[in-house]
Design a protein around this ligand. Structure first.
Ligand code: HEC
Ligand code: HEC
Length: 159
């Protein structure tokens, strides 16, 4: 396995060397091969970029349609400072199935109560405990690259 990995690594490492050497004279240093990565800007590939700070996430409470089957819905509200640790899960304060009627939040789906052996639990499954592994709030920024992805229709939302 290790041998295979180092072989692969060696192959990957050696790949860019050839074309870059060929174009080094003609292409500007910031855009080898004429490719620019919108996320990196002119920072060379071996440099480290400074990502912009996150600002205020979208908090308009409008649930967004899903782009593909089984996509975890994105979070349409701010989640700053919500405590999620072994003692407490703030998200479940509103999103637990028995709290949703009171809180007005979308209850987590049944899948979130199923453990890895397929057993249905009376509490959130540990597989789904850290909500933000899968659900993220959105930053109000323009996409940095174009995207022609088209979702499937009709979409299935949730079991
Ligand atoms: C104070 C109650 C409350 C808390 C706490 C809360 N939410 Fe929400 N959430 C809501 C409500 C209400 C909605 C329905 C849309 C809206 O009004 O924002 C919602 C919507 C959502 C949705 C969209 C669901 C869909 O199908 O579109 C996701 C995902 C979500 N929340 C995730 C989270 C996560 C993750 C946390 C914890 C980090 C969290 N929420 C904490 C109340 C809450
Ligand atoms: C491992 C990924 C993952 C984790 C962790 C996770 N979810 Fe989800 N969630 C999903 C997926 C995928 C869906 C859509 C399919 C489904 O419902 O199973 C979903 C659906 C939802 C929905 C929409 C339900 C509906 O009926 O439309 C809500 C609300 C939600 N999750 C909240 C949460 C909260 C709150 C937590 C943390 C306690 C959480 N999720 C943890 C993946 C995850």
């Amino acid at each position: 396995m290790r041998r295979l990995l180092s072989l692969l690594l060696a192959t990957v490492l050696s790949l860019p060397a050839v074309p870059m050497a060929q174009t080094a004279a003609s292409a500007p240093a910031s855009a080898p091969l004429g490719l620019t990565d919108a996320a990196r800007g002119p920072t060379p590939i071996d440099g480290t970029t400074k990502p912009p700070r996150l600002t205020n996430s979208v908090n308009d409470d409008r649930r967004l349609p899903r782009n593909y089957d089984m996509q975890p819905p994105v979070v349409p509200h701010r989640v700053d400072g919500y405590q999620i640790d072994k003692n407490f899960n703030k998200c479940m304060d509103c999103h637990a199935r028995d709290k949703a009627e009171f809180s007005g939040a979308v209850p987590v789906s049944k899948t979130h109560y199923i453990d890895r052996n397929g057993r249905v639990l009376d509490r959130i499954s540990t597989r789904r405990y850290f909500c933000q592994q899968c659900h993220v709030s959105q930053e109000p920024v323009a996409p940095i690259t174009g995207n022609r992805f088209q979702g499937l229709t009709p979409q299935r939302t949730t079991p």
